[in-house]
Design a binder for this molecule. Structure first.
Ligand SMILES: Cc1cc2nc3c(=O)[nH]c(=O)nc-3n(C[C@H](O)[C@H](O)[C@H](O)COP(=O)(O)OP(=O)(O)OC[C@H]3O[C@@H](n4cnc5c(N)ncnc54)[C@H](O)[C@@H]3O)c2cc1C
Length: 435
């Protein structure tokens, strides 16, 4: 509806990044942001790392300080979820009433996949997605606690590292042969498994939880343990219910074109919830990563302003576990080969995945970040196509571009700044997010 505000639904990183970008791009009309949580937009990576460990405070997770929204005239509706969207009248509904929109951004993110697992009197069952979850989980960590983690994915392994750092007894059960296998492939996954075992994690692969009984957890390997907390980390599902009810195209997320537009011309989607047509990969991808939420949120702001947008960034992901830093670039689906290259310290390495014709020499000497451009510069049918790269290092992240030039690795924060800088982010944002 012309003259109505831009409405953003979702109070996470994609929503926050979009709102910031709208103001930085000079949009001076009304913006209304609806958030289900009672928090201003914040970043989630610290929830399994520095915030969980007690090293970072709540404010350090904020996309912008609270005052910023007042100063920039953003109407924050915190703790007020949108309950329906009316695409005929161009309006959203919440408990407080109806709000018309000119353009709408859906940035409703994802939520943890739930298991039918009842807690017992002695064992609590937890999930991790929000600041509140992380605060509550922190109470269950420390030397007197035993944490059983279901799932050796990102959340599980990051929490395992933080919990061990705090002296918690940690058992991880993972049905696959390695933790992080689907995300990283066996070479890198094995490295992570070794690190966790060396740190004292009881990591049991090809194992699951059969049931909780009183004070005991019966595992599928026939053993019984006595954790006081179970953390379920078995993946996330996109929050698509609003979009489905409104009749928007949905399939593993809200379907958007490369301009982040949904099946309705006034409605856009970004972040974990968006399943976007990727102009370089020639397929759809839904990315559940921090950098994507920032970059897509910003790109969506420009789309909301009526600019022509083609979102072509390749996924970038980072993880910190103990003193191990990892960065992942690209999109490994369809990889036929991997090649592991030593890094610039004994236990650092890079792992490239590629397909069709094998190793691409022109990509070997580019930086990790440029490698994504290198991969993206290769058209889909290219003979030698690098798909992804994982860099691991114990002493800060591997700086491939610097290696090429014979310089020492840049610090992790310098690399993050580069990757997070995008168009308009202040340099410190990347640093703060890494917690
Ligand atoms: C514990 C944890 C650690 C992570 N660590 C890393 C990491 O190390 N590296 C990395 O790259 N990525 C990491 N991620 C992933 C990254 O945080 C996500 O990709 C990012 O948060 C996605 O942002 P988003 O805004 O799309 O969605 P979300 O952050 O999920 O935000 C969506 C928001 O929308 C709200 N919402 C939903 N429905 C409605 C509604 N109807 N009305 C109003 N609001 C609604 C939700 O409550 C939520 O607050 C981590 C995620 C978690 C949970």
């Amino acid at each position: 509806m012309p003259g109505a505000p831009i409405v953003v639904v979702g109070g996470g990183l994609a929503a926050g990044s979009a709102v910031v970008e709208l103001r930085e791009a000079g949009y001076d009309k009304e913006i209304v942001l609806f958030a289900e949580e009672p928090e201003i937009p914040y970043e989630r990576p610290p929830l399994s790392k520095g915030f969980l460990q007690g090293e970072k405070d709540r404010e350090s997770t904020y996309v912008r300080p609270r005052e910023w929204y007042d100063e920039h005239g953003v109407d924050l509706r915190l703790g007020e979820p949108v309950t329906s969207i009316d695409l005929q009248r161009l309006g959203v509904h919440s408990d407080a009433g109806d709000t018309a929109f000119d353009r709408l951004l859906l940035a409703t993110g994802a939520r943890p996949r739930r298991l039918e697992l009842a807690p017992t009197e002695q064992i609590e069952v937890r999930y991790l997605r929000t600041l509140a979850d992380s605060t509550a989980l922190r109470e269950r960590l420390g030397t007197e606690h035993h944490l059983l983690i279901l799932g050796g994915g990102w959340i599980g392994m990051e929490v395992a590292a933080t919990a061990r750092t705090l002296g918690t007894r940690v058992t991880v059960v993972e049905p696959a042969e390695q933790p992080l296998l689907a995300a990283l492939g066996s070479e890198v996954a094995a490295r992570f498994a070794d690190v966790h075992r060396a740190q004292g994690v009881d990591l049991r692969t090809r194992t699951g939880l059969d049931r909780l009984e009183g004070a005991e957890a019966a595992l599928s390997d026939g053993t019984r343990i006595e954790p006081d907390t179970v953390l379920v980390g078995v993946g996330a599902v996109p929050n698509v219910e609003l979009a489905v009810a409104a009749g928007l195209g949905v399939d593993n997320g809200v379907l958007v074109d490369s301009g982040l537009r949904t099946s309705h011309p006034a409605v856009f989607a970004a972040g974990d919830v968006a399943n976007a047509a990727h102009p370089l990969l020639g397929t759809r991808i839904r990315v559940e990563h921090w950098q994507n939420a920032i970059s897509q949120g910003r790109a969506a702001a420009h789309a909301l302003l009526g600019e022509r947008v083609s979102y072509a960034e390749l996924p970038y992901f980072f993880s910190d576990q103990y003193d191990l830093g990892m960065e992942f670039f690209g999109h490994a689906a369809g990889a036929q080969h991997v090649r592991v290259e030593p890094g610039d310290s004994d236990d650092a390495f890079s792992c490239w995945s590629f397909r069709n014709g094998g190793w691409s020499p022109r990509c070997t000497s580019t930086s990790g970040i440029a490698a994504t451009s290198c991969a993206s510069a290769s058209p889909v049918a290219s003979e030698q196509r690098v798909l992804s790269r994982v860099c691991l290092s114990r002493r800060g992240l591997v700086g491939v571009s610097s290696r090429r030039a014979g310089r020492p690795c840049p610090s992790g924060s310098a690399r993050r700044r580069r990757s997070a800088a995008g168009r308009a982010a202040p340099a410190r944002r990347g640093d703060r997010a890494r917690a």
